[in-house]
Design a protein around this ligand. Structure first.
Ligand SMILES: Cc1cc2nc3c(=O)[nH]c(=O)nc-3n(C[C@H](O)[C@H](O)[C@H](O)COP(=O)(O)OP(=O)(O)OC[C@H]3O[C@@H](n4cnc5c(N)ncnc54)[C@H](O)[C@@H]3O)c2cc1C
Ligand SMILES: NC(=O)c1ccc[n+]([C@@H]2O[C@H](COP(=O)([O-])OP(=O)(O)OC[C@H]3O[C@@H](n4cnc5c(N)ncnc54)[C@H](O)[C@@H]3O)[C@@H](O)[C@H]2O)c1
Length: 497
């Protein structure tokens, strides 16, 4: 869908008392999408965003937001940089002689990456201008439910959209000030020889694989026994083995209790057993410790409490299905309010908001039915739909189809590299409930299966689909027999994952 014409033919003119139909706080994925589309549909729109910086704060941000400057894009570029290492190792098996050891210039990569991020951030700003959104650089704050103040100037708006995103948090342990967050790990100047990462969610796993591929010694400290809490258990077990095979040092059921800075500038991390018996141990000579322990919505001191906006127990703005808060003209989308903090979800919420408010489609609302998700680690873990455990709990009668194989590239490349594909099927009506994949191309493959899930594909239809040969993707349409079966929520055939 395009944001529509730049002119405002059917513009519902702003009421005399208002400067704008819509004032948006925040120019990340969510805010920019909503502002551009709303303007394209005829609304008079303003958007404020903080001055640009690669490290975020209450005063620094930049158009494009987290995704462009401190999230998806820099992370993916850094992951790509690391994948060349894997490619080179595989190339040897195919006869390539890498005469002289290839070297990696970390600073060069960082410089090139920053240039690209600035280019993209500028495009976001230009796109706002093209859409005739009034861009105001500065920190926005609500004075009342219709007035926003930026740089001492007041603007009256009929509707307010809060799209201020989120920021990374550190675990509250002694010496945490010596640790860094995702903002900094994406912007290091020196490649750490030894990196400790706390937390194995999306960010922890992605950064562990990125720096492992750059040659750093990477330790992952995780409270659970498996990484990626909330993903399919079989996929979590499988991906952990692949991380270990690639050299990541995994410390499950463990938690850091203290960080000390030594006189030589290096860090020592004390690690305790977590919910298990055992001794504490230390990791010393550490160059950086990354806290990948989650994010909080950015809502501090922007006047929301004063106008009576309600928050949930995680500090997110509570909104209804049309992204409306309990205050009738204040809306919120993206990380500051959503249950699924991903860029495409933020964009979807922005689009649906614009359609609902200004596009003449009162019923428009975000559809969270089949949101695919990928951890861009090495290998990638991608899924859409239900995990095995959730399907068994919710549906009861479930067939699991799965297969583990060696990707063709690795028949001559590195040893031990395996991929997992898995399909979760409702035995009652043959509907596919979930697709899961661990493999180097999982992100590219999963998009098509997300579309299939969205339209309600059955296992029979999947089987009738002709494969693409030779490829990893064809494994999904060649799963003849169930690996496991559950009836009435109990395992009746096959072994536990
Ligand atoms: C390291 C990392 C990697 C990620 N990788 C992926 C990925 O691969 N795929 C994916 O889908 N998602 C990924 N995400 C998540 C994704 O980046 C977010 O879900 C998305 O950026 C949220 O967009 P948003 O517009 O809600 O918030 P943001 O992008 O954070 O935008 C909010 C904007 O509001 C501005 N702002 C805040 N307060 C004010 C104020 N008072 N006045 C004016 N402006 C203000 C901020 O400066 C910011 O630019 C990643 C996140 C991180 C941290
Ligand atoms: N590829 C992607 O799509 C992608 C990549 C990065 C981030 N994101 C988004 O950003 C969000 C934030 O990512 P994240 O990885 O910071 O959060 P997360 O919620 O995915 O993971 C945080 C992890 O830290 C652990 N943790 C929390 N407190 C801890 C403590 N005191 N000690 C040890 N471990 C602790 C949690 O158990 C959890 O596993 C994600 O939810 C995701 O939506 C998406």
């Amino acid at each position: 869908m395009s944001p529509g014409p730049r002119t405002r033919p059917q513009a519902p003119p702003a009421k005399h008392s208002f400067d704008y139909d819509l004032f948006t706080l925040g120019g990340g994925s969510a805010g920019v999408r909503a502002a551009r589309y709303s303007a394209g549909m005829g609304a008079k729109v303003a958007l404020c965003e903080l001055p640009r910086d690669f490290i975020s704060s209450e005063d620094r941000g930049g158009t494009g937001g987290t995704c462009v400057l401190r999230g998806c894009v820099p992370k993916k570029l850094m992951a790509i940089a690391g994948l060349f290492n894997e490619e080179m190792q595989d190339a040897v098996g195919y006869g390539w002689k890498l005469n002289g050891r290839p070297t990696f210039d970390f600073q060069d990569m960082q410089r090139n990456k920053r240039r690209e991020l600035e280019r993209l951030s500028d495009i976001y700003r230009k796109n706002l201008e093209k859409a005739e959104v009034d861009f105001i650089e500065g920190r926005g704050r609500l004075l009342d439910k219709n007035t926003v103040e930026v740089n001492g100037q007041q603007y009256k708006a009929k509707n307010i959209l809060v799209a201020t995103g989120s920021y990374p948090i550190k675990a509250p342990i002694e010496g945490s000030e010596h640790g860094i967050t995702s903002d900094e790990v994406l912007n290091l100047e020196q490649l750490p020889e030894k990196l400790v990462i706390v937390g194995a969610g999306y960010i922890g796993c992605e950064q562990a694989c990125i720096y492992n591929n750059y040659g750093s010694e990477v330790h992952l400290i995780v409270r659970q026994d498996l990484p990626l809490n909330g993903f399919d258990i079989e996929a979590r077990k499988f991906v952990l083995e692949q991380y270990k095979l690639r050299g990541i040092k995994y410390h499950g059921l463990s938690s850091p209790s203290k960080i000390t800075k030594e006189s030589n500038g290096k860090l020592t991390v004390t690690v305790d057993p977590y919910k298990r018996e055992g001794d504490s141990f230390s990791l010393d000579n550490v160059d950086q410790i990354l806290f990948a322990t989650g994010r909080k919505p950015r809502t501090k001191d922007i006047g929301l409490e004063d106008v009576g906006v309600k928050f949930d127990d995680k500090g997110k703005l509570e909104v209804d299905e049309h992204s409306r808060s309990n205050v009738d003209n204040i809306y919120a989308i993206g990380d500051v309010s959503t249950k699924i903090p991903l860029t495409p979800v933020a964009r979807m919420e922005g689009t649906q908001f614009a359609l609902h408010m200004f596009g003449g489609k009162e019923d428009a609302k975000p559809d969270y039915k089949s949101v695919p998700s990928v951890v861009f680690s090495s290998p990638q873990l991608a899924y859409v739909g239900l995990h095995e455990e959730t399907a068994v709990e919710e549906v009861g009668d479930v067939d699991i189809y799965s297969s583990v194989s060696t990707p063709m590239k690795n028949s001559l490349g590195r040893d031990g590299i395996k991929e997992l594909v898995k399909v979760v099927v409702s035995a009652k009506d043959d509907k596919v409930l979930g697709f899961h994949m661990v493999g180097s191309e999982a992100s590219e493959i999963m998009q098509g299966f997300a579309a299939a899930l969205y339209v309600g594909i059955t296992k029979q239809q999947l089987d009738a689909t002709v494969g693409i040969h030779p490829s990893s993707a064809e494994e999904f349409v060649c799963l003849a027999k169930p690996t496991r079966q559950y009836r009435g929520g109990k395992l009746t055939e096959g072994e536990e994952p």
